[in-house]
Design a protein around this ligand. Structure first.
Ligand code: FAD
Length: 312
């Protein structure tokens, strides 16, 4: 090993809730742990101010406070943060190799991948500016902030329709906007839509513009793609549900099994098709991408890594 390489039992890539929980568990079980993060701790959860659905906080919890508490807890048991982007991984080597943006090289006997995912943006002007000010990418997370208000959901798949079913119980009106003439969602999702009295469907329609009042979303201009006719709706929230993208660029050519969406194939043990490589959180195949499920994944992947290292 070159003098510049540092060796750890476990390398955890990403300090979102999945990675930080994995680091807590591996460090606490006595494994030397390097925890790589290119930004601050917290991952996507710091894209929202307050978490209202993470158990244990009756009044909700600041996402930043939770992120720093998780990171401090892992550090208390000895997890070492490497505050750099990982730019290269050699997962089939033994030990496995991790290279960061500065060119520093590390090795580890096991790697836990926790690079997360990101919602796909709609691509409409001012979307970034109004994100968190009415534009949201997570109905389960932010729906509660729009109680008794009118909202829109954009998309036509299972996630979009699931969001409509969820929001229709909380919000006064829900507008579903989909660019095609039929929804792509499965019948098990679309059939209950018929029961909703507060739903308005806008098929063959796209969002052309976002409007605000004092910096908060107040309405949308829609355009019918067949007739080119424009219309306006007043909404306080717009939930974008046009898919998520896993952060898997690092994994190109690594030999890891990915599903059609690019997520790392794994069950709740976090094991992948490469021995000694585990995955946790939003990056893996799973039905619900939330902080609570990421935390569970991190613990499971750490336990799998512990078992792998104990047996090898
Ligand atoms: C706007 C928004 C609001 C949300 N609100 C809620 C909510 O209220 N409640 C809830 O339960 N869930 C919420 N979620 C979902 C939740 O945040 C995610 O499910 C959760 O954060 C996933 O955790 P993770 O650890 O798998 O990945 P992430 O949180 O995505 O963390 C991955 C981390 O890996 C780092 N990383 C990636 N690549 C590299 C690399 N090459 N080198 C080094 N570091 C790297 C990233 O910088 C990031 O910090 C929200 C999501 C969004 C986008």
């Amino acid at each position: 090993m070159s003098t510049q390489e540092k060796h750890f039992d476990v390398a955890v890539i990403g300090q979102g809730p999945a990675g930080m929980t994995a680091s807590l568990y591996t460090a606490r079980s006595g494994l030397s742990t390097a925890s790589f993060e290119r930004m601050g701790p917290g991952g996507q959860m710091t894209d929202t101010e307050q978490l209202d659905n993470y158990p244990g906080f009756a009044d909700g919890v600041s996402a930043f406070e939770l992120a720093f508490a998780m990171s401090g807890q892992a550090a208390r048991f000895g997890a070492q943060t490497v505050g750099e982007e990982v730019v290269e991984l050699q997962l089939d080597a033994s030990p496995k190799k991790i290279v960061t943006a500065s060119g520093a090289a590390y090795t580890a006997d096991a790697v836990i991948l926790a690079m997360g995912a990101e919602p796909r943006p709609l691509g409409v002007e001012r979307e970034g500016e109004l994100a968190g000010r009415g534009v949201s990418y997570c109905a389960t997370c932010d729906g509660g902030f729009f109680r008794d208000k009118a909202v829109a959901v954009v998309g036509g798949g299972n996630t979009a329709v699931g969001d409509v079913l969820y929001l229709a119980r909380i919000c006064s009106e829900v507008h579903l906007i989909h660019r095609r003439d039929a929804l792509r969602a499965d019948a098990v999702y679309t059939e209950p839509l018929r029961e909703l009295s507060n739903l308005t469907m806008h098929l063959d329609s796209v969002v052309d513009a976002l409007h605000d009042e004092e910096g908060k979303l107040s309405g949308l201009t829609l355009r019918n793609v067949k007739t080119d006719e424009a219309s306006e709706i007043d909404v306080a929230g717009m939930f974008v549900a046009v898919g998520t993208a896993p952060k898997n660029a690092l994994l190109a050519g690594a030999g890891l099994e990915l599903d059609r969406g690019g997520y790392v194939v794994s069950d709740e043990t976090g094991k992948t098709n490469i021995p000694g490589v585990f995955v946790a959180g939003d990056l893996r195949t799973k039905p619900l991408r939330q902080v609570s499920t990421a935390v569970g994944d991190g613990a499971n992947a750490a336990q799998s890594a512990f078992e792998f290292l104990s047996l090898s």
